[in-house]
Design a protein around this ligand. Structure first.
Ligand SMILES: O=C(O)Cc1cc(O)ccc1O
Ligand SMILES: [Fe+2]
Length: 472
């Protein structure tokens, strides 16, 4: 008899050769993939008997009647309905869901955090006390902000994840949301129903609503950011006058080939549903999809393939030109979430204040630093750190950035060693108690603007006249 208790590599479909090995290129394509030859029915979805004794099952990410339905047909060892017994509620107290407004927390303000620290290495004492320092994808999720309302499927949450241990015989899916994962440190493996994604810093992954997976640590500890999208899925932005090329190109998104494990071992399945966590026990791995086809699937994307388009003569454009992905809200041009990337690029604008301008925005801007230095904040916004400039709260370059930019010789300048991102939402973001009281909030953040001096000198009027209103 084979030992079913030790995880073995999943049986994986033959991937394409070359750079996409194990993955299929394209964004939102109608893919097809099988880990065993002939497992995928051809020409129809529901044959009377599926090959290999598999069960056919559809996973729908959109209403059946959606204009462009997104769904995937899975051919699996057991239908997933067999996976559940009655659910019990469990507590994951650090993972919060909108609406979640803590009356003791002030969300109005400009906020910045140092990186949420990794837990201390597990000491023998910690091991003796149930190893309090061990954090998995589920127990290590720390919600920073929530926005909108999960019950009406609008809005988002931002999280920091800290992972020091793999999920073992433990699986998860979120019925509430699609997850956009932005690693900052360490590598993770997402073993999903539809295949395996290995994820490293400078890459992102999208895990669709309803997809079952477990997360293993490849090398850690791992830290990163998650945007939990309660609304319509992320899609590529309309490029408008930019045209067909540059920004995020569809072929650089990679969807895993089919992979399955046939393991009968007592396991748990946790489901996030309307902000609550529910657990059931199952007798086998739910990652048992042998073949699938469809356009509702996880993918990853290498952020270094993002081709930025920018100002090539003068002025500083809106950050929307750096949109990687957008999740529409129903109001055209006003996203539920835009995912925006600030990466290496050349600054060439003439006679221009080159960093971001001072501004106040109806959208709420949560930023994270993946590596390097952000031009508007040369100090204090460090890799792993976050900032929040909430709805209609003014912000902009700190004093150092202002002084440097207004006095710089405007030669072409390469902005190097920089990768930050923004989760920008039309909904105000509410801080959690964790963000306000436990995470390393920088109390002195707003001081970065207090030393901006008054530079106005009315005597510099070209006519040398009196500037009092009404007088000429
Ligand atoms: O606030 C920020 O730093 C993000 C940002 C960058 C930019 O280039 C223009 C506007 C904007 O909000
Ligand atoms: Fe901004």
């Amino acid at each position: 008899m084979t030992d079913q208790s030790t995880p073995r590599p999943m049986v994986q479909a033959q991937g394409p050769t070359g750079p996409h090995q194990g993955y299929m290129p394209g964004f939102g394509n109608d893919f097809e993939t099988e880990a065993l030859p002939g497992a995928l029915p051809q020409g129809m979805n529901s044959p009377q008997k599926c090959a290999y004794g598999l069960y056919g099952e559809q996973l729908s990410g959109t209403a059946f009647t959606a204009t462009r339905p997104e769904r995937t047909w899975c051919y699996r060892i057991r239908p997933s309905v067999k996976h559940s017994r009655r659910y019990e509620k469990i507590a994951l107290p650090y993972w919060k869901t909108a609406p979640h407004i803590d009356p003791d927390v002030i969300s109005l303000g400009q906020y910045r955090w140092d990186p949420v620290p990794m837990p201390k290495r597990s000491s023998s004492e910690a091991v003796a006390h149930q190893d309090a320092q061990t954090l998995t994808w589920l127990t290590g999720m720390r919600t920073m902000t929530t926005a909108g309302d999960v019950n009406t499927q609008v809005g988002m949450a931002s999280h920091v994840y800290l992972v020091t241990a793999s999920m073992v015989d433990d699986y998860f899916y979120s019925a509430d949301s699609e997850l956009l994962v932005v690693p900052q440190q360490g590598r993770l493996r997402f073993l999903t129903e539809l295949g395996v994604i290995d994820l490293a810093p400078q890459e992102i992954a999208i895990l669709p609503r309803g997809l079952v997976y477990r997360v293993e640590l490849i090398d850690g500890p791992a830290r990163g950011f998650v945007c939990e999208n309660y609304g319509q899925k992320f899609e590529l932005p309309g490029r408008g006058p930019i045209g067909a090329n540059c920004m995020a190109n569809p072929r650089d998104f990679k969807t895993p080939v089919a992979a399955f494990e046939d393991r009968e071992v007592p396991s748990t399945l946790t489901v996030k549903w309307c902000g609550q966590f529910h657990r059931t026990e199952i007798a086998q791995s739910p990652l048992d999809v042998v073949a699938w086809h469809g356009n509702y699937a996880p993918c990853k994307y290498d952020l270094t393939t993002y081709c930025p388009v920018g100002a090539i003569l003068f002025d500083h454009p809106d950050p929307s030109i750096f949109t990687v992905l957008t999740a529409p809200s129903g109001q055209p041009g006003t996203a539920n979430i835009d995912f925006i990337l600030f990466r290496e690029r050349w600054l060439v604008a003439e006679n221009t204040f080159r960093p971001p301008w001072y501004h106040k925005n109806v959208m709420s801007e949560l930023m994270g630093n993946i590596y390097g230095q952000y031009d508007a904040k040369p100090q204090g916004f460090v890799p792993g750190g976050l900032s929040l400039h909430n709805m209609m709260l003014p912000h902009g370059p700190d004093r150092d950035a202002f002084e440097k930019a207004t006095n710089a010789e405007l030669k072409p300048h390469k902005l190097d060693n920089t990768m930050s991102f923004m989760f920008e939402t039309r909904f105000p973001q509410h801080l959690t108690a964790f963000a306000a009281h436990e995470a390393p909030l920088q109390d002195d953040y707003i001081d970065c603007w207090t030393s901006l001096e008054k530079k106005f000198d009315g005597a510099l009027r070209p006519d040398g006249g009196d500037a009092t209103p009404g007088k000429k």
